[in-house]
Design a protein around this ligand. Structure first.
Ligand code: MN
Length: 282
């Protein structure tokens, strides 16, 4: 059995199929880890979603910020980005099933036997592994719960703290954790999360120059052990293999590449396919 981790697909189904051919994926034996953001921006989000969903237990798929935005919108808490970008959901006759499937996606995945874990964006440097696991499990429980999912989305505050809130109210910690695991990229050197840089566009814009006062989150994470941490979400940084940290978003939908690394045989070279530029980076 081979286990591959695959970066942010963003609706680029032709490139995903090409990548699976390139790694000679054998559905009967192999397993895939998807780092999240399988949908949105690219040419075939619904096709990608159905393809990945239909892999069943041959694939582990994480919640990315785009899946989260979809769930929020489909649950009646949509923002403008949902309205502008996710019209493709209107064409889905199987929308209730798709919505349910999205709501079941986990925020993190860990396989002790493989010595690897995965998160879409990152882990807050102030957390222990145990704390991250606890928050991810709690969030998954709430996202599956009809009543509490509304509380989670409707009580979202407009500004996020840069440190984990003191736990007097669970929802505040959960909002912070959800944002960290699906959106964070950079921190202050003391571990406070930087959500935006004044004068910079958010999202794609966090390319850290060597003289930047900020650090990538993973440089501040001091969890003991050697387990690999696979993540996505940082297309501008591109494929980023730094010791145990494996950043796999190589800008597929932006004319970059879609990447796969093999987790059970780490010495196997990275496999990449090139992608047409379906959309320009924001
Ligand atoms: Mn993302």
């Amino acid at each position: 059995m081979a286990v591959y981790a695959i970066g942010d697909v963003h609706g680029c189904l032709p490139q995903l199929l090409e990548l699976l051919e390139a790694i000679r994926f054998r559905p009967a034996r192999d397993r895939l880890w998807f780092v999240g953001d399988i949908i949105n921006r690219g040419p075939d989000s619904l096709g990608t979603l159905r393809f990945v969903r239909d892999l069943g237990d041959r694939a582990v798929t994480l919640m990315g910020n785009h899946e989260l935005r979809a769930i929020s919108g489909l649950s009646g808490h949509g923002d403008r980005a949902f309205a502008n970008q996710m019209g493709f959901f209107a064409q889905a006759p199987d929308l209730p099933e798709i919505h349910q499937w999205l709501r079941g996606l986990p925020l993190m995945h860990h396989d002790a036997g493989l010595g690897a874990m995965m998160v879409h964006a990152g882990f807050f440097p102030g957390w222990s592994f145990h704390r991250a696991r606890e928050l991810a499990d709690r969030l998954q429980e709430i996202l599956r719960d009809d009543r509490r999912i509304s509380t989670l989305f409707s009580s979202a505050s407009s500004s996020l703290p840069d440190l984990e809130p003191v736990v007097t109210e669970e929802m505040a910690s959960l909002h912070f954790a959800l944002a960290v695991m699906t959106r964070m990229r950079i921190c202050q050197p003391d571990g406070r999360v930087v959500w935006s840089i004044p004068g910079e566009k958010s999202g794609m814009a966090f390319r850290l120059e060597p003289d930047s006062p900020y650090r990538p989150w993973y440089e501040l994470l001091d969890w003991p052990g050697e387990e690999r941490v696979v993540y996505g979400h940082w297309a501008v940084a591109g494929l980023s293999l730094n010791g145990r940290f494996k950043g796999l978003d190589s800008g597929c939908v932006y004319g970059g590449r879609l990447s796969a690394i093999r987790l059970d045989h780490p010495e196997t070279p990275v496999t990449q396919v090139t992608c047409p530029c379906y959309v320009a980076p924001e």
